[in-house]
Design a protein. Structure first.
Length: 110
């Protein structure tokens, strides 16, 4: 299976071995791992602190980067939760229903 890996901004900055270990594990299980270089932050910190408008570009970026992915693995429960439970909500609150649908479709594969 081809899996896209989303390594969170904090893991990438503070714990880069998490991303490497995740790739090692997935490859050991026989998967092909794709690491989209254009990925950034999921926006969880913005949403959780009340800055939903500031999270909107990050929601849009995540949807754009991972739209073509069949499966997205996130080695962070809180970031995966943000993608799955907050992204579509943030887009809807901003009045962008098209982005909300895209975010929901990507979230279902995360």
């Amino acid at each position: 299976m081809r899996i896209s890996l989303f390594v969170t901004c904090l893991a990438d900055t503070l714990f880069p071995e998490v991303g490497r270990a995740t790739v090692t594990l997935l490859e050991r299980l026989g998967h092909q791992v794709d690491f989209p270089a254009a990925q950034t932050c999921c926006g969880q910190m913005h949403v959780n602190t009340g800055y939903q408008r500031d999270a909107l570009p990050l929601v849009r970026r995540y949807a754009e980067v991972f739209e073509g992915s069949d499966v997205i693995v996130v080695p962070s429960g809180s970031c995966a939760g943000s993608v799955r439970h907050q992204h579509a909500m943030v887009a809807r609150r901003a009045g962008d229903e098209r982005l909300a649908r895209r975010a929901q479709a990507v979230a279902e594969r995360t």
